[in-house]
Write a protein that binds this ligand. Structure first.
Ligand SMILES: [Zn+2]
Ligand SMILES: [Zn+2]
Length: 377
C-alpha cells in the first residue's frame, strides 16, 4: 500500500474535547513500523486520560488515542525484525518497549522507557509523528506505539502480535491491554493454587479478566468487589464465587472479606481501580503472607497509610504490576487458548459498536451496561 495515505481517525483537538472522525494523512513508514488497517479497537479508561488532558504534560494535542487495536497488516517497514510477519496478516496490537534495555529484553512490560515510549504519542527516535492533519499540523499518533482509534495506523513493530484466529479479531482486540493485564496478573505473577483465595477490586475489563482467569484455575474463592450491582451479577455468572457491593454494605469491605474467608483474609488481592483509598483497604484484606497487586495506576502524588509493623510481622507483599507483567508475543496466546477452552468467556463482557456510535459505547461503559466496548472501523 502506497504512502502518503489519506484516511480518517478519531482526533482529539483539545483537553476535554470530543473524539471527532477527522481526515488525516499518514506520511511515511519508518523501517521499524508496520502499517495496519485497524478493523476493531477496544476502548480503555486510559483513552479517557488522553481525552481529559491528564497526559497533556507529555502528550499534547491534536492527538489520536486508542491502544487495543486489531487489524490487517498492509505494509511492513524495511527493517522489521519479525520476519514471519506478512502483508495480509491479522494482528493484535499491544504496548511498545525499547526492546533492548536490560529490563525489557525478555519482557517488554518491564521496560524502563515504558512511560516515555507509550504515553507521548510520538516516535522514539526523534519525537516526530507519522500522521498529519490536512492542514499539515502533526497529530500525536503513536499512543502505546499504535493510536488505534484510526482506520489506518503506522504502529511500532514491537506492538504487533499475530492473531491466531483472524475470525475472532473483534473479541480479541482488547488482548493487548485490558485482558492481558488482568489475565497476566493472575497467570504470570500471583499464580494462585486451587486451595487459595483471590479478591479483585473493580469489575471493569481488567477486573473481569482477573476474575475469569482466577476462576479458570479454579481458585477456592474468587471475590469480586465493585459498586455496580449489574457488574457484580455478571461477575457471579462468569466465575466469581462471592461478590461485595461496597455501595450497599454498612461496615467496611475489610470486615466483609474477613467474614467470607473465616477471619483469615485473602491470599491474593488485585486492585484495578487505582483509587488510593481502595488500595489501602486492599492491603488490610490480606491473609498471613498474602500478596496484593496494584494494577490500576493511582495518582502520582498520593500517599497511603500502612501499618508496617503488622505488614512485616505477617509477611505480606504489595506489588506494582504493569500490563500483567506480560511479554505480549509470548503471553497473548495464553488467554486466547483459555478462551478457546471456554474458560475465559470474554464474549460475555464485550459489545461491538460502529465507530459512529462511539458516544453510546462510552456511555454504556460508564453506566456498567457493557464492560468492554469495542469500536468497529
Ligand atoms: Zn526497554
Ligand atoms: Zn488500557
Amino acid at each position: 500500500m502506497q504512502l502518503p495515505l489519506q484516511t480518517e481517525a478519531l482526533v482529539l483537538s483539545e483537553a476535554g474535547g470530543p473524539f471527532v472522525l477527522t481526515p488525516i494523512v499518514i506520511q511515511d513508514l519508518r523501517p521499524d513500523e508496520v502499517l495496519v488497517e485497524i478493523k476493531y479497537s477496544g476502548v480503555c479508561h486510559t483513552d479517557f486520560w488522553v481525552q481529559q488532558g491528564n497526559l497533556a504534560d507529555v502528550m499534547g494535542f491534536p492527538a489520536i488515542a486508542g491502544h487495543e487495536g486489531a487489524g490487517i497488516v498492509r505494509a511492513i517497514g524495511s527493517d522489521v525484525k519479525n520476519k514471519s510477519l506478512q502483508v495480509g496478516d491479522a494482528v493484535l496490537l499491544s504496548f511498545t518497549a525499547c526492546g533492548d534495555c536490560d529490563d525489557c529484553k525478555h519482557n517488554y512490560s518491564r521496560c524502563r522507557m515504558f512511560g516515555p515510549l507509550n504515553l507521548t504519542g510520538t516516535r522514539r527516535q526523534d519525537g516526530t509523528s507519522p500522521t498529519k492533519l490536512l492542514d499539515g499540523r502533526p497529530v500525536r499518533s503513536q499512543f502505546f506505539g499504535q493510536s488505534s482509534f484510526s482506520r489506518f495506523t503506522a504502529a511500532h513493530e514491537l506492538c504487533v502480535v499475530k492473531c491466531p484466529s483472524p475470525e475472532d479479531l473483534a473479541i480479541y482486540s482488547p488482548m493487548g491491554c485490558g485482558y492481558q493485564t488482568g489475565a497476566g496478573t493472575i497467570l504470570n505473577v500471583l499464580k494462585p493454587r486451587p486451595d487459595q483465595t483471590v479478591a479483585v477490586f473493580g469489575a471493569g475489563s481488567v477486573g473481569f479478566a482477573a476474575i475469569m482467569t482466577a476462576a479458570s484455575i479454579p481458585a477456592k474463592q474468587v471475590i469480586a468487589i465493585d459498586i455496580v450491582e449489574q457488574k457484580l451479577a455478571l461477575a457471579r455468572e462468569l466465575g466469581a464465587t462471592h461478590t461485595i457491593n461496597t455501595a450497599a454494605i454498612q461496615g467496611s469491605v475489610v470486615d466483609e472479606v474477613m467474614k467470607l474467608t473465616g477471619g483469615k483474609g485473602v491470599d491474593f488481592a488485585v486492585d484495578t481501580t487505582g483509587v488510593s483509598a481502595v488500595v489501602e483497604k486492599m492491603l488490610d484484606c490480606l491473609a498471613y503472607a498474602g500478596t496484593a497487586a496494584s494494577v490500576g495506576a493511582p495518582p502520582r502524588a498520593d500517599k497511603i497509610t500502612v501499618n508496617v509493623g503488622s505488614f512485616f510481622a505477617e509477611k505480606k507483599n504489595w506489588l506494582a504490576i504493569a500490563e500483567g507483567d506480560s511479554h505480549p508475543p509470548e503471553f497473548i496466546p495464553r488467554p486466547i487458548d483459555l478462551h478457546k477452552q471456554g474458560k475465559f468467556p470474554i464474549e460475555k463482557i464485550c459489545k461491538v459498536y460502529p465507530v459512529a456510535d462511539l458516544k453510546t459505547a462510552i456511555a454504556d461503559m460508564k453506566t456498567g451496561a457493557v464492560i468492554k466496548p469495542i469500536i468497529q472501523f
